[in-house]
Design a protein. Structure first.
Length: 131
């Protein structure tokens, strides 16, 4: 079984995703460890936390190593998630992105163009739940 099979089953129940698993050998180290690169697509409407949903699909890259899993996305914001499971890494990424958005909102009147651009993209990505 894959490291994240339970994680993927959870998301298949709550929201359809597409999962692609790519494996590559790390030839830059002497130990020749294998590193795994996985891509998941979180669907529009996926509830991140109570009161907050994705407003559009989000491609998340998961890089697995012996130390844990790093989750990143295509957004230009330099936020990432980390965990020992895919679910922990994705949820940490979502938390990091939402905290970054809240930080930008709290100082919106002092932001330069790059910060305003990040804030606009994050506001487009996240929306309140319909509850």
């Amino acid at each position: 079984t894959t490291v994240g099979s339970a994680f993927l089953d959870l998301f298949r129940i709550t929201s359809p995703i597409t999962y692609v698993d790519l494996h590559s050998s790390d030839t830059t180290t002497l130990s020749l460890e294998t590193e795994s690169l996985s891509l998941i697509i979180l669907s529009e409407g996926w509830e991140i936390e109570p009161g907050r949903r994705l407003n559009s699909i989000l491609l998340v890259q998961l890089r697995t190593s012996r130390d844990g899993i790093l989750a990143t996305t295509y957004l230009e914001a330099e936020e990432y998630g980390w965990g020992m499971t895919q679910q922990e890494a994705v949820m940490d990424l979502m938390s990091s992105l939402m905290e970054y958005m809240e930080s930008l909102e709290s100082r919106q009147d002092k932001l330069g163009q790059p910060g305003l651009t990040d804030l606009r993209k994050l506001r487009q990505l996240f929306r309140p739940s319909d509850r």
